[in-house]
Design a protein around this ligand. Structure first.
Ligand SMILES: [Zn+2]
Ligand SMILES: [Zn+2]
Length: 279
């Protein structure tokens, strides 16, 4: 099993050091662990988003990757039987392409996830910001919000900055329940063309099992969308728990792997931003 979505305590909303996650990975028999610390470079959110280094919050734009890569290198030495990869989960916004591109060019990541976490700098995956989201977006109506979300997803794929798109239907968490069925109808009508565009961009799709820990029967994205992605020509699929503490590491990966097996694909493994079936 491989877990390609893991937040150690470099992410300000996570707990557990890189070493503690690796010890847990060995305990549960993972072959590979890919850390994907949050990188949220939106200047409009700089008072909310931080990166933690040695217990201290640092600005996202600081030199935290130096400490991050050093900690990952130390874990590689300490856990020689485990493949430990340096990844990042980038919060995407179409206005941040230059900033993200510059950041990624300066650091030798193995794997880069792109995620649409915010619209107009308001987080759509945080309970704390739900009231703000409602104030700004309810009046726009379900169709416009769904269209806006997929516009940004499409833009993320088109930027070709990312190896995979994270939790494609994360709107199921807080956003979809705010609206009537027109939200889902609009999403469903947009998905085939968006997924075709994602496939043509060469970007992969992640199967994110955090939804299972929230009582959902299906990961992000649900199996119906995963099949649409495969049929649209997406070739690379990764699996990740999106764990923010060691106890959640690897949870649900068996379900994700089974879903992919049903589509005739294996969870992808990355090295130096390239997918392959390396063992
Ligand atoms: Zn995310
Ligand atoms: Zn995450």
């Amino acid at each position: 099993m491989v877990d390609y979505h893991v937040h150690p305590d470099f992410s300000h909303d996570a707990e557990g050091s890189i070493g503690e996650f690796c010890a847990r990975a060995v305990e549960i028999g993972l072959d590979e662990i890919c850390f994907t610390t949050h990188y949220e470079p939106d200047p409009a959110r700089s008072d909310i988003e931080h990166v933690r280094v040695n217990g201290r919050m640092q600005p996202v734009a600081s030199d935290w990757p130096d400490a991050y890569f050093a900690a990952i290198q130390a874990a590689r030495v300490k856990f020689p039987g485990l493949v430990v990869l340096a990844g990042v989960e980038v919060g995407y916004d179409p206005g941040l392409v230059g900033t993200i591109s510059d950041f990624l060019s300066r650091h030798p990541f193995d794997f880069v996830l792109g995620a649409v976490h915010s619209l107009d700098s308001i987080c759509l995956t945080s309970k704390d910001e739900l009231e703000r989201f409602k104030t700004e977006f309810l009046r726009r109506g379900p169709e416009a919000v769904a269209e806006r979300y997929f516009h940004d997803v499409r833009s993320a794929a088109g930027s070709q900055l990312f190896d995979c798109l994270a939790h494609l239907d994360i709107y199921r968490k807080y956003i979809q329940p705010l609206f009537d069925s027109r939200f889902t109808q609009t999403a469903n009508s947009l998905l085939p063309s968006v997924l075709k565009f994602v496939a043509e961009s060469g970007t992969g799709i992640e199967v994110n099992t955090s939804a299972l820990r929230r009582g959902n029967a299906e990961p992000y994205p649900e199996s119906r969308i995963l099949k649409l992605a495969k049929d649209a020509g997406v070739q690379v699929f990764t699996t990740g728990s999106d764990s923010h503490r060691p106890a959640d590491l690897g949870k649900g990966l068996d379900v994700a792997a089974q879903m992919l097996e049903g589509l005739g694909v294996e969870p992808a493994r990355f090295r130096n931003r390239r997918a392959g079936n390396l063992v």
